[in-house]
Design a binder for this molecule. Sequence first.
Ligand code: FES
Length: 580
Amino acid sequence: MPFKPAKWPRKLRSQEWFGGDSKDAIYHRGWMQNQGFPQDLFDGRPVIGICNTWSELTPCNAHLRDLAERVKNGVWEAGGFPVEFPVFSPAESSLRPTAMMFRNLCAMDVEEALRGKCIDGIVLMVGCDKTTPALLMGAASVDLPAIVVSGGPMLNGYFRGETVGSGTHLWRFSEAVRAGEMTAAEFREAEASMSRSPGSCNTMGTASTMASMAEALGMALSGNAAIPAVDSRRRMMAQLTGRRIVQMVKDDLKPSDILTRPAFENAIRTNGAIGGSTNAVIHLLAIAGRVGLDLGLEDWDRLGRDVPTIVNLMPSGKYLMEEFFYAGGLPVVLKRLGEAELLHKDALTVSGGPIWDEVKDVQNWNEDVILPTEKALTVSGGVAVLKGNLAPNGAVLKPSAASEHLMVHRGRAVVFEDIDDYKARIEDEDLDIDETCVMVLKNCGPRGYPGMAEVGNMGLPPKVLRKGITDMVRISDARMSGTAYGTVVLHTSPEAALGGPLAVVRDGDMISLDVPNRRIELQITDEELTTRLAEWQPSVERPSGGWAQLYHDRVMGAETGADLDFLVGCRGNDVAREAH
Ligand code: FES
């Protein structure tokens, strides 16, 4: 059913703070006026919060203060009153133990800030990986009109004449050093070439994937995902977003109107078409949980199976986000999905209209970047969801980043009990391992690491790399950076720290991977598995106090999005009472 805008004018939520002549109203207005805001700004116009993840310690979002000014311009132009505020900013590149441990903390910060503040609508300023899902999760739990504007990707990197992609080349160069093909000095020289402008990772890593997810979900203006951070059109996008949120408030167009099952199905298929990050699985499941939608791993497998990967970007392909933007960006991909009847064309977006209206007339300006279907990188893109006695609740693998010859494989397990064990032994020339083995890493799941670190694409042993081998089957309960690649089974659930079957794999066990049939099996008898599980003892210590303890105690499994159990659902935006 088409969206029916609310009647305007009407009393807004912000008037609970600013309306009338009570002592409380004068208190709220008066204190705001210490910033020089004239009195007539409190007259009932939409108050727009600009929720900013700017931080100099989140380099990918360090330009968002500037971009926020452009958003404000748009809000002013449309007759709104913009107010910017910071929220916790989880930085992928520097936050320890892992930014993922803080996604839910950021979402909680956002949720409580939105609900507790005197605002009517919200612009979500995001960029680095976790900031996009965190702000969407928080906004979904509050359900005020909300719109995303991304910071945009960095410009292409170049090193010695070659294009260099964020993250992807970090892994490649690192392996080249370990294989003796590149010196440490050359690696250091390449360092600055990878990040030569403001913005998020320029590959189809998690940041670009999540920007694409926000657009495919309908939560950002069309074209938002790919515009480079430093392109003038990024600033225009911010200004247009500011204009648009004011009208969304007037129309009362909320996340619950947009984040429907068709929107999530569009996003899942889009992820297949762009060769997006496996992290999108966890984040979309968590966002769906916030709006009370029953989305599951099986939806990812079912919906992504028939979607060819047509975006030729690293890590699966050749190009970077800059070329994707010049080719037409995500609207071209959405149009292609629509033409293939793989898009719910009538899904509502922040525009107030159906998604198809936004994309039906766009053109593909470079068919080597956005490929014709017959030249797709992978016929069956998306995310393969594996099940079996090693992953009763599921595990995922990204076919477009994997090696065809390893998609059906049986090999001897070489087990690392945790990431420290892996780091201590992987360089050992006496390690009993070759390219036919299956590398197994335990205790890196949500509770185990804690925070489910991006270590699932563990580097290969040097003695294997020196043979020119670049891929082996790897299995863990960890995640993998969206910029990474390989035949890597991730998010194995239940995780080892909870006593899932992964916890009882031993060196020398045989493991079989069968991606076409979606199976992952530990080849021991049921009796043996039962005995081992009964004997298992937890090895991960409970953190003592603080966020880490709360996270450890309440985080849910990867197959549900690794949210905290008490944060699932929408708690609305009722204004709390106060007394002065
Ligand atoms: Fe921030 Fe990649 S590290 S987007």
